[in-house]
Every structure is written in structure tokens, then in C-alpha cells.
Design a protein around this ligand. Sequence first.
Ligand code: 5CA
Length: 441
Amino acid sequence: MYFSKLFVPILKNNPSEAKIKSHKLMLRTGMIKQSSSGIYSWLPLGFKIMKKIEKIVREEQNRVGAQEILMPTIQSSEIWKESGRYEDYGEEMLRIKDRQNREMLYGPTNEELITDIFRTSIKSYKSLPQLLYHIQWKFRDELRPRFGIMRCREFYMKDAYSFDVNDDEALLSYNKFFLSYLRTFKRMDLSAIPMAADTGPIGGNLSHEFIILADTGESKIYTDKRIFDVNSSETTIEKDSLKSLRKDFEKYYAVTDEKFNQNEFEKHVPEEYRLKTKGIEVGHIFYFGDKYSKPMNASVDFQGKKMFVKMGSYGVGVSRLVGAIIEAKYDDKNELMKWPLSVSPFDCAIIPMINKNENSNLEKANNIYKYFKDKNIDTIIDDSDENISTKIKNFNLIGIPFQIVIGKKTEGDLLEFNEIGEKTKKIKIAEAAQIIINKKK
Ligand code: 5CA
């Protein structure tokens, strides 16, 4: 693909309305465009990144046995009246009337809708557990939308829901999502820490927020630094393995603002390990038992007895993650971004110096492109007439992790190969391809 054909409206300077680095970079490199307060269009570069994030989220949901469905964005108020949340949810809920004057709403979350689907479909405990998820737009009429897509009104969320016959089984489902979240964020090269959290309007009494550290984050956190060293790579989906994973994390004090208690913090965390800082919430999981199943009458038959199912819900901010990864990876001072390869919009940029009268560099670029394509390396060629340093600056900003520059310094079959943040190498095409392939694994 040629850069000149890609719809990337790059700005020369940082937009003045943006306060944090992710918002600045996303506007500057044309990933998103605001259409009204807290509502954005996703342009090709940003959309491609979000779709890659979505794919990882999906694969890790499937891996713990969750099944994908798709629920609508518009819901009827009836089910929300049944659960009692229609009034409670307040002004964050966008309420709409249809032409028959029926009260509808744009879903801020889906506990009621999924409970309604469940209760009309599943009758026996033998069908449990059920783990269902969808990836769908949500709308919350936030009082103060800010920081671009980090806290916006319309956003893309993965929300999953679990249904079990008793507390013990329900906690097993909770732990499966706990593991799946650690795996998901790790694949994006993020260190997201599970922190005991408040349950807010979703409800229940067990909840973890998955937080990545960032000065610009909106969540205040208080933690024992040793939690960063907990290793989950050996954990399997078996009950005992999952239990011990939770234990390994919960050994350490790690809470969000609402759960913070100074005395507890001092009692449980030796001074040298205490950390008070800020972070971005990229996921949030809840266990709330029969909070919805009871008022909405969602039950199964268990040995002749009617049991209200025990439920949990599990959210990932798919669109927020695009910004969160930038906050974690962007070097604001040097204007250098490096996307993790797993979500990068392209693997490699080929940057040829273009002369008007002579196009041998572009030809070389085309040949590399073809070679890489055969090896499944997603490449973009910058065929624009800009000078080479402007081109390199643009790609440093966009954050494609690898660059091949074809210019004066290119000698014979040796390519000038850069990995952002590393020293330039002069290597042959096969070696360059191998480096990228190895990093993609
Ligand atoms: N029903 C539950 C779990 S599915 C739920 O809605 N949880 S939530 O409110 O915590 O949202 C889940 C995730 O969506 C959050 O962790 C966050 O990453 C993302 N999110 C929430 N509000 C916004 C917002 N206004 N803008 C962008 N992302 C958001």
C-alpha cells in the first residue's frame, strides 16, 4: 500500500485542544476525528489499530470458553425497569422515544438485556456455566467527556456475562475472566494490574479494575510494588491453578481510590514497597450474584429446585485501549511512538528518497514490499515527494515499529533498517524479514 493513497490527515503541529499525549497523537496523525463532544469517527489508521486490539480481546475470550454474540445498541426501557436501574442510572443514560412513544435507550451496558436473553432460553443447570460476550458500541452521557477517546460518550466495549448455578462455580467463571484479562493485556505489551475496586452502578461486592500505570490516568491507585512481579504465564484454566493465581495477586495490597484505607495500607505494605500513583482503567470485572437474576426472574431448575443464577460481568475498554497503549508507549518529548507489533497499523514502513526524474528507489521499495508481502509482513511505502527527514519524522510519530530507508546511504543489497528506539542496521532483505517475523511471534 502507498502512503499517498492512505487516508491519514497528518497535522503539522499538535492540536491545541488536546491535553494528554494520546489525544494529541491521535488527532495529529489523523486516527480519529471528533464529530461532537465525546463522539468520534475512526479513520483508517486508528480503526486498524482498534480492530487489531478487538481481535486479541476476542481470541482471549474464546480461549477461556466464552461464546460471542451481538446485542443491539438500542434497548427497551422495560427490562431496566424490571431490574430497578432505569431510575438509578441517572443522566448518564441516553433516553430516546420511538415513533410509538415507547421509551428506549442507547445501552450504557447490557446486564439487563443479557439476563432477558438468558431467562427465555436456558432452563436447566446442565446448560451452565454460560459465558457470553459481545463487542459493541456503548453510550454514556458523561458529565465531562475528556482526553479524546479515553473518556468519551460513545465508545467500543467488550462486555461479557457469566451465568452459574452457585457461588463456587460463579467464582470459577470470574477467575477465568481474570486470567483472560491478564493474557489479553500482555499480548498488547501492557502491564495491567488487577486492583480491588468499587462496583458503582453495576453492583455486587467483588470487583477488580485492571489498571496500567500512567501519570495522565484518571484512577488513583495505592499498591504494593511487589505486585508487578506476579507471574501468570504458567496459569491454566483449571480451578486450582486459577485460585492460586488470584491468591498470588491478592497477597499484595492493591486498591483504587474508593477502596483506599491509610491504616490498612501502612499495616500491609512495608514502606519501601508503597506506591501511590495514577493509572488508566482498561478493564473492569464484577461479581454480583443474583442482583439481576432475582428481580428479573432468571433461574434454572436444579434437582427440582428453582435457583436464581449467579452472575458476573466483565468489561474491556476496546477503544480506550488505543489511547492507553499510546499513553504507555509514546515518548512525548522526542515525538517517538512505537506500537507493539501485535496492534501496530503496519509492521514496517519503507521510506524511499524520491527523485522526480528517476524512480529506481521506488522500484526497490516495490520489490521489498512484494518480498515482505509473501512473508505476511504488512508494509507501507511512503511514495510522497516530501524530503526524507520529514518522512522519517512522520513515521516516528505514527509509530510503525520498523523502517527501511532507501536513499543515498543505501549500498548494493544492504538495506538501512531501523527499529524505532534501536540503532540502525545495514542488513540484507532476508535478515530484515527474519527480524520482523521473530518479533511478531
Ligand atoms: N457492565 C460492566 C462490565 S461489562 C461495565 O460496564 N463495566 S465498566 O463500566 O467498568 O466499563 C468497562 C470498561 O469500559 C472500563 O473498564 C473502561 O475501560 C471502558 N469505559 C468505561 N467508560 C468509558 C468511557 N466513557 N470512555 C471510554 N471507555 C470507557
